[in-house]
Design a protein around this ligand. Structure first.
Ligand code: FAD
Ligand code: FES
Ligand code: MG
Length: 313
């Protein structure tokens, strides 16, 4: 596998060419990365380092334009690094954007494929819906979120699908209910579903997989454990699938949803919660004090690393 891994400063290299807030705390970033744009496949991700000294975080390539040489990331601001990312302005650059990483989605002619995106999971399911449709499948997409304000990519998903359904927990847009309700409805309506792809919060993937196991529908999920290097070397992203240890960054990120140990995944996702909350609280305090460019005495360009995430676990 060839991977683009350039190290650049913040004024040249992986330039941010467009950014837009597409939902509260959800930002779309279009980044110049010609090699990744021309070689990426559905299901793959990049490791992004906002600035020198910062941690690397995995982000799915939600879209790309090889002619323009750009990739699109859709990022929910949940902590320090995603908040730092939101401070980068159009015309500035990210230090490292490494990829494309991970195995591409296995795309075949399955028949009727349901693509479920829950919350920020709408971003990673988008290229998969595109690829499934391009392979001749009938693609039914389900966008699910707690409320209407958290939905995005409606038009993009409509274009990538033969049929689009919207479900919200509170009924503020589309039908009221959960992703599992949407699948039950589609089974009643379409009869046979040949594949389900579900990406979103772990509980959503867990319960969708439980339902589709009962219904006998093959199901693919994309897992999001904490990653450190993203290249199979640190062991940080290990999960149990079918009783075997797998490294999500190289063996995944997609797995058979019926085989995943979701409870272990949730436990491992929460391992660094205390440090992450403390780090974010320091960031927000500095931001409110109007010193967002200077965190704990370090420049935004050279932030503290997250030592708790370094090294093997
Ligand atoms: P923190 O406060 O450090 O962490 C908040 C929570 O995010 C943690 O509790 C943990 O569950 C998770 N997290 C923290 N660090 C990491 C890490 N190094 N790797 C993975 N998860 C972490 N998010 C998006 O918004 N859009 C995407 O397209 C997207 N794609 C992803 C693809 C993959 C393959 C994986 C594994 C994760 C993806 N994520 C995506 C999740 C994203 O990486 C985390 O939200 C981000 O790293 C949080 O960083 P933070 O410093 O802002 O938050
Ligand atoms: Fe997968 Fe290190 S992030 S092995
Ligand atoms: Mg972090």
């Amino acid at each position: 596998m060839t991977i683009e891994a350039e190290r650049v400063g913040t004024r040249a290299g992986f330039e941010l060419v467009e950014r837009a807030e597409i939902a509260p705390n959800v930002t779309l970033y279009r980044i110049r990365a010609p090699f990744i744009a021309s070689s990426r496949k559905a299901g793959q991700f990049v490791m992004v380092r906002v600035c020198e000294g910062g941690e690397r975080i995995p982000l799915t390539i939600a879209d790309g334009d090889p002619a323009e040489g750009t990739i699109t990331l859709v990022v929910q601001q949940v902590g320090t690094t995603t908040a730092r990312m939101a401070q980068v302005q159009v015309g500035e650059s990210f230090s490292d954007v490494v990829g494309p990483l991970g195995s591409a989605t296995h795309v075949d002619s399955y028949g009727t494929v349901v693509c479920v995106g829950g919350g920020i999971g709408i971003a990673p399911v988008h290229p998969i819906a595109q690829a499934m449709k391009a392979a001749g499948n009938r693609v039914i997409s389900v966008l699910a979120a707690r409320n209407t304000g958290l939905l995005f990519f409606r038009e993009e998903m409509r274009r990538a699908s033969d049929d689009l359904r919207i479900w919200t927990d509170d009924g503020s847009e589309g039908k009221k209910g959960l992703a599992t309700h949407a699948i039950s409805e589609l089974v009643e309506e379409y009869g046979k579903l040949d594949k389900v792809v579900a990406i979103g919060p772990v509980p959503m993937m867990k319960f969708v997989s439980k339902l589709t196991a009962e219904l006998g529908i093959p199901t693919l999920v994309s897992l999001n454990p904490v990653m450190v290097d993203g290249t199979g070397m640190c062991g940080g992203c290990r999960v149990r699938v079918g009783g075997r240890t797998q490294f999500v960054c190289v063996d995944g990120p997609e797995f058979d949803g019926h085989q995943v140990d979701y409870d272990e995944l949730m436990r491992r996702q929460a391992l660094y919660k205390e440090h992450e909350c403390a780090s974010y609280a320091r960031f927000q305090k500095a931001d409110m004090a109007g010193t967002s460019a200077s965190l704990d005495g370090r420049s935004l360009r050279q932030p503290e690393a997250d030592p708790q995430k370094e090294g093997p676990r």
